[in-house]
Design a protein around this ligand. Structure first.
Ligand code: PGA
Length: 255
């Protein structure tokens, strides 16, 4: 059975004390909700400087893990302002988000660069949450599948079978991120099934069945149950709603 997973992407939000307060509140609500470990697994991805502090509040017994929002492709050296995968691992991260559309767009991250980041993350023992997703123009031009197929083959399918085993994929249609405009569950399912089929082709049927594929883009406490009910949707990468503790817990309970 593949792992169900909900990841909270806090993006560049909250001061350090606010971040700690959010983690603390999530931990209290998780305790009250008596969440069962790994049903689903939960990953909190706060900003870098919050990671160590948030780690102290993580309800690990309830199956909560820590993740970075990005990492550098090199392990160490003269790269001012950067954070390596090894550093993330050293503060207790198990996961790292790579290829988020905001980083592809604003930081000009290419599939080539992401290929290097994936290797660095895997070498450090992190599980990458690799994001793919189309723009509105691409969807309206009816080129979604071609576009996602290319992101997968250029960005991800260079990995060996063993490396690919560690990867979580997040389908995040760019037009749905932070817009309040969620993909319908049918739209999400259609793309998730396509991604699974591409994995089967690139690797094998077992790899396709075992890969966790998350949906992201305005997922919230109201629509998570419908989205997660789709056979190929294994959870969510949650932005805005991950900053609202009660909503985030409701999302975790939406399977
Ligand atoms: P959103 O963000 O839930 O606020 O749309 C999701 C994401 O970008 O990961």
């Amino acid at each position: 059975m593949r792992q169900k997973l909900v990841a909270g992407n806090w993006k560049m939000n909250l001061s350090y004390p606010e971040g700690l307060a959010l983690a603390h509140e999530i931990a209290i609500l998780a305790g009250a909700a008596q969440l069962t470990p790994d049903q689903p697994r939960v990953v909190l991805c706060p900003p870098f400087i919050h990671l160590f502090g948030v780690a102290q509040h993580l309800p690990k017994a309830a199956g909560f893990y820590l993740g970075g929002q990005n990492c550098h492709q090199k392990d160490s050296g003269a790269y001012t302002g950067e954070v390596s995968a090894t550093m993330l691992r050293s503060v207790g991260c198990e996961y790292v988000i790579l290829g988020h559309s905001e980083r592809r767009q604003y930081c000009h991250e290419t599939d080539d660069l992401l290929a290097q980041k994936l290797k660095a993350a895997l070498a450090a023992g992190l599980k990458p949450i690799f994001c793919v997703g189309e723009t509105l123009e691409t969807r309206e031009a009816d080129e979604t599948f071609e576009f996602i197929g290319r992101q997968l083959s250029d960005g991800l399918f260079h990995l060996s079978n063993e490396e690919f085993d560690q990867v979580v994929i997040a389908y995040e249609p760019i037009w749905a991120i932070g817009t309040g405009r969620t993909a319908t569950s049918a739209q999400a399912q259609e793309v998730h099934a396509f991604i699974r089929e591409r994995i089967a082709r690139a690797y094998d049927a077992e790899a396709a069945q075992d890969t966790t594929i998350l949906y992201g883009g305005s997922a919230n406490a109201q629509n998570a149950r419908e989205l997660f009910s789709q056979p190929d949707v294994d959870g969510g990468l949650i932005g805005g709603a991950a900053l609202k503790p009660a909503d985030f817990i409701t999302i975790i309970q939406s399977f």
